[in-house]
Design a protein around this ligand. Sequence first.
Ligand code: ADP
Ligand code: ADP
Ligand code: SF4
Ligand code: MG
Ligand code: MG
Lengths: 269, 269
Amino acid sequence: MKQIALYGKGGIGKSTTSANLSAALAESGLDILQIGCDPKHDSTRMLMHGSRIPTVLDLIREQGDKNLTVDDVVHQGFSGVRCVEAGGPEPGIGCAGRGIIATFQLLERLSALDGDVIVYDVLGDVVCGGFAMPMREGYAQEVYLVTSGELMSIYAANNIAKAITRLSKRVRSNCRLGGVICNAKNIEGERELVAEFAKRINSSLIAYIPRDRVVQLAEVHKQTVLEYAPDSEQAAVYRRLADELARNTRTSIPTPLDDDELDAFALES
Amino acid sequence: MKQIALYGKGGIGKSTTSANLSAALAESGLDILQIGCDPKHDSTRMLMHGSRIPTVLDLIREQGDKNLTVDDVVHQGFSGVRCVEAGGPEPGIGCAGRGIIATFQLLERLSALDGDVIVYDVLGDVVCGGFAMPMREGYAQEVYLVTSGELMSIYAANNIAKAITRLSKRVRSNCRLGGVICNAKNIEGERELVAEFAKRINSSLIAYIPRDRVVQLAEVHKQTVLEYAPDSEQAAVYRRLADELARNTRTSIPTPLDDDELDAFALES
Ligand SMILES: Nc1ncnc2c1ncn2[C@@H]1O[C@H](COP(=O)(O)OP(=O)(O)O)[C@@H](O)[C@H]1O
Ligand SMILES: Nc1ncnc2c1ncn2[C@@H]1O[C@H](COP(=O)(O)OP(=O)(O)O)[C@@H](O)[C@H]1O
Ligand code: SF4
Ligand SMILES: [Mg+2]
Ligand SMILES: [Mg+2]
């Protein structure tokens, strides 16, 4: 079983990339489980044709975790991808990371963390103990940083790399950096910039995903690109990504940039 | 004493707006304290001519909080603005909100939370108990949402509004929504879009800040726009903002959008 996590800044394209990745992996015959770990709980929406499945945290609040079964928590989506949403607390109270911790504990108890590939879609704006849990507890073995050429998303990616470096030293965690995915914002020189950043942190640019309007069109139809436009160039991009990640065995412990190096990097670009 | 907090998505322009706001308030003769509550700890950099002042969390780690004095924590910047940075833990461990909680406790103990206006610059990507602390404990009395016309930043602003609505009911907290600030990204129809969003959540667009290259030029010189280009149109915008916030007495309890309303709002724009 391969456990892949996509981490990145809010709005960078983690869920779009994860859902299309999962759909492409499932199309090739693999048994896929996707777990959304963003309080926004919309990671699996396009796999579920627009519906928001109940989150684990909401289910626990309503029914208590003792009574929950796999069918309450795991929902079947497009191409047979199994979907879970961790959810988060009401804004302003509690720990947003708690939804993630509660979800993993429940899925372990229900022996539902299985399949050929598990794809974790995790918010990377705040890399605190809550959101780093999948890395710390040995679930997310290969972490992929989703970024664009925008400085703020590179800053977030660098922060996640710092967490990987620190957590990779822990006994229970075997998290490593699998690579950097550039989800383009059509900035001049973006591909080279992100490739250079990946190299500086001891990794590599594993995929460049163009910004394409077909993503919005698929969204309006509440589908992944794989379902809405299976013959499109963008669908082919996601299939190549799936191939690349399924076969990838090269991982590394990152060498993140410090504040001054990041400032210098920003000025170069 | 007026206690103002600027909340918004990472990279939306909270620190740029806060630092220029503080500088403009100080220029008009007020005694200003600015507290950065983002683990990125760069809120007060342009007020401090590019230097990163030591964070409260780092100081506590190195010296213990019993030995710290006001001079260790509070640094004098441009135009006499007093600057503090909360800081955050190493990525991957601990609670990013802890830096904020520790900072307020220390400043209370040192009786350093004073002045005519205190400006809190708070990360709003994850509105958990940690980052909502300034609102929950009655420090941030007037919250201003910094957003652009981009959907993700409106989503973050709406989440913060949810937290205000919930926390405003608590006895200790008297937090209210002071208004919405549009820090433009030059998107078509952005001003109307953000004004409409502000109206829908029972508030109003209190300022529209153009995207202007003079901000980047000032940054290269490690200064606020107020210092680098005091006669520029952009400096005048920040002075108008300062006037507006200093005089504002209209606050409200927001009526945030739910998931479906936000989806519908996104499709309209
Ligand atoms: N490659 C792409 N091309 C065009 N639009 C994209 C692409 N990737 C993402 N988007 C758009 O960006 C928005 C945010 O992406 P999303 O996957 O929800 O981000 P995240 O999960 O990181 O918060 C989506 O609504 C989608 O319309
Ligand atoms: N009004 C503006 N015009 C031009 N650039 C801006 C403006 N506001 C912010 N910026 C740019 O956006 C970047 C991010 O802003 P910052 O204030 O650091 O965001 P935040 O504090 O919300 O993370 C800054 O480096 C600055 O160059
Ligand atoms: S651990 Fe993270 S999510 Fe939880 S309260 Fe702290 S900062 Fe917020
Ligand atoms: Mg997402
Ligand atoms: Mg900032």
